[in-house]
Write a protein that binds this ligand. Structure first.
Ligand SMILES: Nc1ncnc2c1ncn2[C@@H]1O[C@H](COP(=O)(O)OP(=O)(O)OP(=O)(O)O)[C@@H](O)[C@H]1O
Length: 298
């Protein structure tokens, strides 16, 4: 059984605004990165998936429970971090951990305290006096300490410093190693790239692409830079597999789709000062999907 099974799920606020019918399955033990720019529909998808919003059409199950009709069962089995963490301001993180442990059978205060320590969170301060980043950490501790099989996290590293962001990614990798499933929404491409097994790209309420991270990256061209020591005989820009090539004096830039050795063989008779091949990042994929007008060569 898939941890998350979504079939034709939609939620439109107005014609064309919200979530268009979406179909997706997330198997257990996967970190699924759900990527999209601001306003793309990530939060709407998550809120519909958790039964906070009534679906306009289609259906979804989490761990076999219908997300609308059996939302209480879903809530009992999911660790959720909302995009906007609202907590009782007069309680401390320590109290919240104790209360969460009392409510969730798989949660223990020790686990909560341990996660809090790793995130360097002060357990004794009232939540209302904490900074945005520290409130975010409290939300994360509460979601992670549930011991839930499925974690649904809406922009979990938003507002965190780089060290805390790193710890969150580590915690997510550990959750996966323990067989848990993570649905991770983000617009921070670099972080998704570092933890996700698969990514889905959402744009204007529509899931436009779902790929294994490795496949997505392999489908992207590599940036080539060549600095020739002497004017080249080869017209590199016309080589099959090369696109967007630009020769400026002795310097060449372009995008290469193919095996690096093919390119190196083609250059074997030339005299080179330097050659670099840089794999595209997820950011390049993202810009390619969202802004087709962006020139390929920086
Ligand atoms: N309650 C609502 N009523 C009407 N429109 C809404 C409502 N909530 C969200 N929207 C609209 O639905 C679209 C998707 O919003 P959503 O918050 O799901 O995007 P998001 O991808 O989570 O964005 P962000 O990264 O900025 O949080 C946006 O156009 C937004 O303005």
């Amino acid at each position: 059984m898939n941890a998350i099974e979504i079939s034709g799920l939609s939620k439109l606020y107005a014609p064309g605004v919200g979530l268009k019918p979406m179909t997706l399955a997330v198997p257990p033990g996967e970190i699924f990165g759900f990527l999209g720019p601001n306003g793309a529909g990530k939060t709407t998808t998550i809120r519909t998936l958790l039964g906070f919003l009534r679906p306009g059409g289609g259906q979804a199950q989490i761990l076999g429970h219908d997300v609308w009709r059996e939302r209480e069962a879903v809530h009992a089995r999911v660790g959720y971090l909302p995009g906007d963490v609202h907590l009782r301001p007069e309680w401390t993180a320590g109290e919240l951990i104790r209360r969460t442990a009392a409510l969730r059978p798989a949660a223990t205060p020790e686990h909560g305290t341990q996660v809090a320590r790793r995130l360097t969170l002060d357990l004794n301060r009232r939540v209302g006096t904490l900074s945005k980043g520290n409130r975010q950490k409290v939300g994360l501790v509460l979601a992670l300490m549930t011991g839930a099989e499925v974690l649904i996290l809406d922009e979990p590293t938003d507002g965190l410093d780089p060290l805390a962001q790193e710890t969150v990614l580590e915690l997510l990798r550990e959750a996966r190693a323990g067989g848990r499933t993570v649905f991770l929404s983000s617009h921070v491409l670099g972080e998704v790239e570092r933890v996700a097994d698969r990514v889905g790209l959402i744009r204007a309420g529509e899931l436009i692409r779902v790929e294994e991270l490795a496949t997505l990256k392999a489908s992207l061209p590599q940036q080539v830079r060549v600095s020739f020591a002497a004017p080249p005989q080869l017209r590199l820009a016309e080589l099959p597999g090369m696109s967007g090539g630009e020769q400026l004096g002795l310097d060449f830039r372009g995008l290469w789709r193919g095996a690096p050795d093919t390119l190196i063989r083609a250059l074997a008779r030339e005299s080179l000062r330097s050659l670099s091949l840089t794999p595209s990042s997820l950011e390049d994929a993202f810009l390619g999907e969202y802004r087709p007008e962006v020139p390929h060569v920086a």
